[in-house]
Design a protein around this ligand. Sequence first.
Ligand SMILES: [Zn+2]
Ligand SMILES: [Zn+2]
Length: 347
Amino acid sequence: MRAAVFHGPGDIRVEEVDKPEIEEPTDAIVRVTHTAICGSDLWFYRGESDRDAGTGVGHEPMGIAEEVGEDVRSVEPGDRVLAPFAISCGSCEFCRKGLHTSCVNGDSWGGDNGGGQGEFVRSTHADGTLVRVPDRYADDEAVLESLLPLTDVMGTGHHAALSAGVEAGEDAVVVGDGAVGLCGVAAARRLGAERVVAVGHHEDRLDIAEEFGATHTVAERGEAAVEEVLDITNGGANHVLECVGAASAMETAVEVARPGGTVGYVGVPHGMEGGLDLFPFFGDNIALRGGVAPVRAYAEELMADVLQGTLDPSPIFTETVGLDGVPEGYRMMDEREAVKVLVKPWE
Ligand SMILES: [Zn+2]
Ligand SMILES: [Zn+2]
């Protein structure tokens, strides 16, 4: 099969690799019809995180189950499925408490499983991992593109909103205008936040934030951004979603939190080698919650809203490419020409 392979920073190639096969009775092979390039893929692309050369990349697969192992019960060949960025068993202590990212049987899409940005991928623990799209919507292209963000960024934005304790009628501030931040805006509105302030650096992305329900947008940086948010919220918001992971974003987040408020963070921490300064949290009793998002826990709930037409995160896909366009897709995301790139491996 053909798949995108990492060869080193800035070097993603599409090449022939071994097609994954069923190895365990709980495995499924999925023919990937839709997948995406992720902001978190840029860490290894930029050489800011380590990754072995020669490994398959991608972790946001959607497709059609081609073959399932004999113990798989929830999915049959021919079913349209999507899967979160982490493989999970669905039955261990942590899966049962909705913390699928801590699954004791957890697995990733890379390595022998083929990577999510290729023609086929193997899901181990298929029953716990794959989410079936109802047959009625299984070939509805618009619906499928709206569901694809549930594999990662929409679930992650939702996790930020839940971690920040967003409640109906309250103010929420979203720090970050990448795909996760934009989905955080949609999630905060979905949970009933009245005022949602989106803080970012790019006017075109903040336009999408408005489309997703932001009532205010702030395109400043640093102290200027903090002052503007404090002004809009009359002294800060009780619920702040940190959707970047950079030390500067965390600083902004705690500074725009109202005393006694909560910061929900989902950005992969970076640039914090010197540690996180807890003093601003201490001084105003700001709580910090969050972490890597267990998006599997939210898939059914968010899918129900997409299918009934009340949630549509698909505008984050500002570019679409075929498999051969994956290297160009990385470049576009790296250079911020695209918010997020949709990949259709068979087109
Ligand atoms: Zn991702
Ligand atoms: Zn588990």
